[in-house]
Design a binder for this molecule. Structure first.
Ligand code: SF4
Length: 389
C-alpha cells in the first residue's frame, strides 16, 4: 500500500529565497492555484511582480492588483531577472515546454511548478445547520497546523444558507485563503459573499456526479441568472474573486452550453470547461468490490456522459503513483467529525474533531488500511483526467 503522506512543499522562507535567487516573481496563471500561490508568498512578504495569462491578447488586464502579461509582453522582459511559478494543472506541460523551448529557461533555476512550493490545504464541509462554527474550526487548524495556506469550504446541497453566520468567514489575512466551493443551486450564498476579502469563490456550473443524486437543470438556473439586469455577474468585487468551472453533462444540451459561454465571454468572465466530477467515491468503490466489473457503474454514469471505463483505465495506469489527495488535510465536517479522505463519506478518523490532535491524526491517516481498497482500483488517481484536462 502506498502511504498517504501529507505533502508539504518547499515553503520555508529561506528555502524559497534560495530558489528565487533574488529574482522578481511572475506567476503563470490567473486561476485558483495562482491565487493560492500569491497567498503562500504574501505570507512570507515575498512580492509578486506580474501574472501571465496566455489567453489574453490585449494589454491592461490586472489580477490581485498586478499586471497580467500576455506572451508578447513576456518576450519584452529581461528574463534573467525573473523567476516564473507555473500555477496551472491542465496547462502545466505546455507551459513548461514553452518556457524551455521558446524562452530557454531551465527548470528550478528560472522557473518551477506550483507543487514545489505548495502547502497542504484543509477542507471544511458544512453538513449540519447547527454544527460547529467556522471560526472555531479555523482557529484549531491554524494553531495546530500553521503551514496550511487555504481552507476549502463546502456546503451540502440541503444546507440552509440563511443559518450561516457569514461574519464567521471574515477571518484570516493575505497569507490565508478562504476558498468557497459553490454550486449553481447555492447562488444565494454567493450574493452574501460577494464583498469578501481574502477569499475566492469556485463556482461549479453543473454538479458533481454521484450515484443516486437528484439532478437539477443547473444550466437553466445560470442562464436565468445571467439574463437578469442585476445579476451577480455584474458585480465587480465578485468578478475579481470568482473562478467559474462549467461541468459538462449529457443532460445539459449543447445549445445551452454555447449560450452560456457566449454571455460569459461578452461579460469578460474567465471560465474553464471541465469533465463532470465524481463525488463521493464510496459507492464506486463498493460496486467495484462487489461486482468486480464496471457494467453497473457504466449504465449509471453513461447518463452523465461520464466515461467511467476511460477514467478507471487511466487511473489504473498510474496506480503506483502517490495519492492525489495527499495535499488535502484535515477534512472536518461541522458535525464534529474528522474525516479520512476528502473523496469519501467514510471512514471517520475521529468522531470528535475538536478534541483530536491533528498532527497525530496525520500519521493515522497515512497508514490507514482503507486506502488499500481505494488504491487497488486506482481510485486515488481517479481525478487525473479532470486535473490534466
Ligand atoms: S482513500 Fe484513496 S484517495 Fe483517499 S487518502 Fe486513501 S488512497 Fe488517497
Amino acid at each position: 500500500m502506498l502511504p498517504v503522506k501529507t505533502l508539504v512543499g518547499l515553503y520555508k522562507k529561506k528555502d524559497l529565497e534560495k530558489l528565487f535567487n533574488k529574482k522578481k516573481i511572475i506567476i503563470w496563471g490567473v486561476g485558483p492555484i495562482a491565487r493560492e500561490m500569491f497567498c503562500c508568498l504574501s505570507g512570507h512578504k515575498i512580492k509578486v511582480k506580474y501574472f501571465i495569462d496566455d489567453r489574453i491578447m490585449e494589454d491592461g488586464h490586472t489580477f490581485l492588483g498586478k499586471e497580467v502579461l500576455n506572451f508578447n509582453k513576456i518576450k519584452e522582459l529581461d528574463l534573467k531577472e525573473y523567476f516564473i511559478i507555473v500555477a496551472a494543472t491542465e496547462y502545466k506541460k505546455q507551459a513548461n515546454l514553452y518556457l524551455e523551448t521558446q524562452l530557454n529557461l531551465k527548470k528550478n533555476i528560472s522557473y518551477c511548478n506550483w507543487l514545489k512550493i505548495a502547502r497542504p490545504h484543509a477542507m471544511i464541509n458544512f453538513v449540519k445547520n447547527e454544527g460547529i462554527s467556522y471560526k472555531k474550526i479555523y482557529r484549531k487548524i491554524k494553531k495546530e497546523l500553521p503551514f496550511i495556506s487555504k481552507i476549502e469550504i463546502w456546503f451540502s446541497t440541503n444546507y440552509d444558507y440563511k443559518k450561516i453566520n457569514f461574519n464567521d468567514f471574515l477571518i484570516g489575512d493575505q497569507s490565508f485563503l478562504n476558498s468557497f466551493q459553490i454550486k449553481t443551486s447555492q447562488l444565494e450564498i454567493i450574493r452574501k459573499l460577494k464583498s469578501f476579502k481574502n477569499s475566492q469563490i469556485i463556482f461549479h456550473i453543473g454538479d458533481e456526479v454521484g450515484i443516486d443524486k437528484k439532478i437539477l437543470d443547473y444550466y437553466d438556473q445560470i442562464l436565468e441568472e445571467l439574463s437578469k439586469k442585476e445579476t451577480i455577474f455584474n458585480n465587480q468585487n465578485l468578478k475579481k474573486n470568482l473562478n467559474l468551472f462549467l461541468y459538462q453533462s449529457k443532460i445539459l444540451n449543447e445549445e445551452k452550453i454555447s449560450k452560456i459561454t457566449k454571455i460569459l465571454k461578452i461579460k469578460k468572465i474567465t471560465f474553464w470547461m471541465c469533465d463532470p466530477y465524481i463525488m463521493p467515491y464510496d459507492k464506486v468503490l463498493n460496486n467495484l468490490k462487489k461486482y468486480n466489473d464496471i457494467e453497473k457503474l457504466k449504465n449509471i454514469y453513461n447518463y452523465y456522459n461520464f466515461d467511467i471505463q476511460l477514467y478507471l483505465d487511466l487511473s489504473l495506469k498510474s496506480k503506483n503513483k502517490p495519492c492525489l489527495c495527499q495535499r488535502v488535510y484535515p477534512v472536518i465536517n461541522n458535525d464534529n467529525t474528522l474525516m479520512h479522505c476528502p473523496l469519501y463519506e467514510e471512514p471517520i478518523l475521529n468522531k470528535n474533531a475538536m478534541k483530536s490532535k491533528l498532527m497525530k491524526e496525520i500519521n493515522v491517516r497515512s497508514k490507514h488500511t482503507f486506502c488499500q481498497g481505494c488504491q487497488k482500483y486506482g481510485l486515488h488517481r481517479f481525478d487525473l483526467k479532470v486535473l490534466k484536462n
